[in-house]
Design a protein around this ligand. Structure first.
Ligand SMILES: Nc1ncnc2c1ncn2[C@@H]1O[C@H](COP(=O)(O)OP(=O)(O)O)[C@@H](O)[C@H]1O
Ligand SMILES: [Mg+2]
Length: 527
């Protein structure tokens, strides 16, 4: 198929004060093609695409749409050029239905469209590309993936021919990603121009025709996907030779450090968030927890940290019941918690305080004098900065000014410094680029080698399969199974995450579930 140019960027530059977010970038977006925009965190991908969606205006350079030079000064200009962007944070109104959200903000002549006609048109779009949307469903009843689907349907409804998706798979399960990719392919077949921003290399290779790579605001080059490998792309992205293996050190098995027995916990709405969950973590092992958003991971972490009341069951740490201890007492037992929420700064660190002050937040209670020991805090901050390679102007820089990877290193560094025996860590590499992610895996592996027991609440199944020793899968607050990472597959985990395979129940029924032996609820020795 002949691919004509949809958008051409020529030497586009955008600065924010002293930061050059994009420098002389050239890019070619074509109809009937999927282009991946690849680069580490902060390399300028979102900024670049925001200049096509009318959010930012370039300082220099030219943009051509369908061959003519254009000036995109507002989202409306972008819309008039048939450019639609699906942002990382959705912009839907919760209390409205799918249809109401789709027609929201249409220019006045179209507002007269009655909702019935709109719903019919939505169904038509869904049939054409393979989306599943219920026009009458309220947004607050939708899963993240359904909301994303709706955002895409919305821009198509508005006539988008050029679609830009900013890290769309970051919030999706494997199966949901497959579905998204299948509709992207259908849209490509229909002649749309598609740009997908991602830093997941396997996805780049799977979905795109060409890949354009940015590094620190600069354009590195564009390659045909068929000529690229994970390694070649990584090297373009980071600018040096790298190894992509995640290490899984073999550590001699220790006794269980933390044991959870028949735990049940309610969520904020009073419903069961965790239902009769049992597992244990040994010293020197990483137990992964996989599950789709809202499967109870958050409540589980909160309960272990002493932040959420448990309804039933026991939590035993080194032979002692810790179910009724306060968060402070639990911390003193050596159980540390680092939870990276979706908005990274929302929990764990105080964004406006310096790195030093964030160190002190955790230790001020240990001080012997009534005065805060800033000198010690600064020394600790300095040590984390050098040990973990935190990029920051100084120990006194407010945490909110650091980039995501560096915030996460500070958070994990502070937890590790307290010398925990159990580390609970949720999404420690959320949103991080490949370099920072590997640094975090190294940090965790080093703790494992020191016989720390680690509970790793993860998102990327490939990573979990490489890094973790065992993986527990939760679905609607129940354990679907605990499997050896060596002895399972992404597909099996994905099916357990959605409840299609339940090894826990397979245990008590005589028949086999999709070829999995009935006694494999915990696929390893339990001694
Ligand atoms: N509104 C803004 N104000 C100041 N700096 C910004 C703004 N948006 C982005 N930046 C900076 O520009 C650079 C590129 O950011 P971004 O485009 O978000 O990267 P990416 O999407 O590749 O992670 C980063 O250094 C970021 O801190
Ligand atoms: Mg971005």
């Amino acid at each position: 198929m002949e691919q004509s140019s949809a958008i051409r960027l020529e030497n586009v530059t955008k600065t924010f004060g002293p930061v050059v977010a994009n420098k002389d970038i050239c890019l070619d977006i074509r109809y009937g093609e999927i282009l991946s925009l690849l680069g580490e965190n902060g390399s300028g991908k979102t900024t670049l695409m925001n200049m096509l969606s009318g959010i930012y205006f370039p300082d220099a350079g030219k943009i051509y749409a369908n061959g003519s030079e254009v000036s995109i000064r507002s989202p409306k200009d972008a819309f008039d050029l048939n450019i639609g962007m699906i942002h990382q944070h959705f912009k839907l109104v919760d209390i409205f239905t799918a249809t109401e959200n789709v027609v929201l903000g249409l220019s006045s002549d179209k507002k007269k469209d009655n909702l019935k006609a709109a719903a019919a048109k939505i169904r038509e779009i869904c049939d054409k590309y393979g989306f599943e949307v219920d026009p009458d469903q309220k947004v607050y009843n939708m899963s993240v993936s359904q909301k994303q689907t709706l955002e895409i349907v919305k821009v198509l409804y508005h006539g988008a021919e050029i679609l830009i998706l900013d890290e769309p798979t970051a919030v999706l399960t494997l199966q949901e990603t497959r579905k998204l990719f299948s509709v992207l392919r259908n849209m490509k077949e229909a002649g749309k121009a598609i740009v997908i921003i991602t830093h997941k290399l396997n996805e780049v290779l799977e979905i795109s025709d060409r890949v354009s790579i940015l590094r620190r605001g600069e354009y590195i080059g564009t390659v045909d996907t068929k000529d690229a490998t994970e390694l070649s792309l990584t090297e373009m992205m980071v600018g040096k030779k790298v190894s992509l293996d995640i290490e899984r050190p073999i550590v001699e098995k220790k006794k269980p450090l933390l044991e959870i027995r028949n735990l049940s916990i309610k969520n904020d709405e009073g419903h069961n968030a965790i239902n009769d969950v049992s597992f244990y973590i040994r010293g020197g092992e990483i137990l992964g927890v996989a599950g789709i958003a809202g499967c109870g991971q958050k409540e589980l972490c909160e309960a272990i940290a002493g932040l959420r009341k448990i309804e039933q069951g026991m939590m035993i740490h080194q032979g002692e019941d810790i179910s009724t201890l306060t968060p402070k007492q639990i911390l003193e037992k050596g159980i540390s918690m680092s939870f990276i929420p979706e908005d990274r700064l929302g929990m764990g660190l105080a964004p406006s305080l310096s790195i030093t002050d964030n160190m002190l937040l955790k230790t001020y209670a240990e001080g012997k004098s009534p005065f805060v020991d800033r000198k010690r805090g600064r020394a600790e901050a300095q040590k984390i900065i050098s040990d973990l390679g935190v990029v920051t102007p100084s120990t006194e820089t407010p945490v909110r000014r650091l980039s995501g990877g560096n915030v996460q290193k500070v958070l994990l560094g502070r937890e590790i410094k307290s010398g925990p025996n159990v580390i609970i860590t949720a999404y420690p590499v959320r949103g991080l680029d490949i370099n920072s992610s590997y640094l975090i895996y190294d940090i965790l592996n080093n703790q494992k080698k020191n016989d720390v027991g680690i509970l790793f609440i993860g998102e990327d199944l490939d990573v979990m399969l490489s890094l973790c020793d065992k993986i527990m899968v939760l679905c609607h607050g129940k354990v679907m199974g605990i499997v050896n990472a060596d002895n399972t597959s992404k597909e099996e985990l994905g099916l357990m995450m959605t409840g299609a395979i339940n090894l826990a129940e397979a245990k008590s029924t005589p028949d086999k579930t999709i070829g999995i032996a009935k006694d494999s609820y915990i696929k390893e020795e339990t001694k």
